[in-house]
Design a protein around this ligand. Structure first.
Ligand code: 13P
Length: 265
């Protein structure tokens, strides 16, 4: 059974003090689970202080982004090389990077290579916009995003890879009363497309090893519905992950599900 992965993307929220308080509270509440990995992706600024505070038996760290060159005159950027040993994972190709900061498919591919070159496991985000969905282009968009991102990687490189399906139209927009929930059937369809694309590139075994997550307005009350989708190995939460009760509620949902399936503590 693939390990479940619950990731909290803190986006551009929480200053150093707030981040430290949230981690402290989460560490009190969240236990060590053998078959669930809990990952937090705080802002670049707080990665270092949180790494000192972090209970490594309970949590792993992820970067939300990094630059694909290892070193050089690139004002304002942080490289994957600098993040070596600090983070286990890096989110790459998040839709906010693609759509707010204009990150292109080739740039995402270079970042994937840079992460792997530096021993960091990519959490590749893919997903269609509302316009692409309404035009019936979801499969094509997922195909293009997956295949271009993996272009420079070998079958071995992708063994630990994580891909998150995050339909852009389902991401929360900051309004806590406004949640658009993707239907589990749509998540199931996207999961199949993603694994099919990987199978075409690297074969069935590789496609089975990749962990596929769902992200988009995930809260504790809808978490289980997505976790029950066959082939979905976890969740990538945004807004809910900066709320102590909500994020621990999502982890609880994963815990409950695995216990029902007979996993041991
Ligand atoms: P929300 O959970 O706030 O919709 O964000 C999802 C996301 O973008 C995680 O990367």
């Amino acid at each position: 059974m693939r390990k479940l992965l619950i990731v909290g993307n803190w986006k551009m929220h929480l200053n150093t003090m707030q981040a430290s308080i949230l981690l402290h509270r989460l560490q009190e509440r969240i236990r060590i689970y053998r078959d669930i990995e809990v990952v937090i992706a705080p802002s670049m600024l707080v990665l270092q202080p949180l790494s000192v505070q972090l209970d490594r038996r309970k949590f792993r760290l992820a970067a939300q982004n990094a630059y694909y060159k290892d070193d050089g005159p690139f004002t304002g950027e942080v490289s994957f090389t600098m993040l070596r040993e600090l983070v286990h994972y890096a989110i790459i190709g998040h839709s906010e990077r693609r759509h707010v900061f204009g990150e292109t498919l080739p740039e995402v591919a270079l970042k994937m290579e840079a992460a792997v070159r530096n021993g960091i496991i990519p959490i590749l985000c893919v997903g269609e916009t509302k316009t692409e969905r309404l035009a019936g282009h979801t499969r094509r968009v997922l195909h293009d995003q997956v295949t271009t991102a993996l272009k420079g990687l070998t079958g071995e490189d992708i063994e630990n890879l994580v891909i998150a399906y995050e339909p852009v139209w389902a991401l929360s927009d900051g309004d806590p009363t406004h949640h658009v929930h993707t239907k589990p059937d749509d998540v199931a369809a996207a999961e199949k497309v993603i694994r099919h694309n990987i199978t075409e590139l690297y074969g069935k075994k590789a496609a089975e090893n990749v962990r596929v997550l769902y992200g988009g307005s995930v809260t504790p009350d809808v978490a289980r519905g997505y976790l029950d989708v066959p082939g979905i190995d976890g969740l990538l939460a945004g807004g809910a992950s900066v709320n102590y009760a909500q994020f621990s509620g999502i982890v609880d949902a994963a815990y409950k599900m695995r216990r029902e399936l007979g996993a041991e503590d």
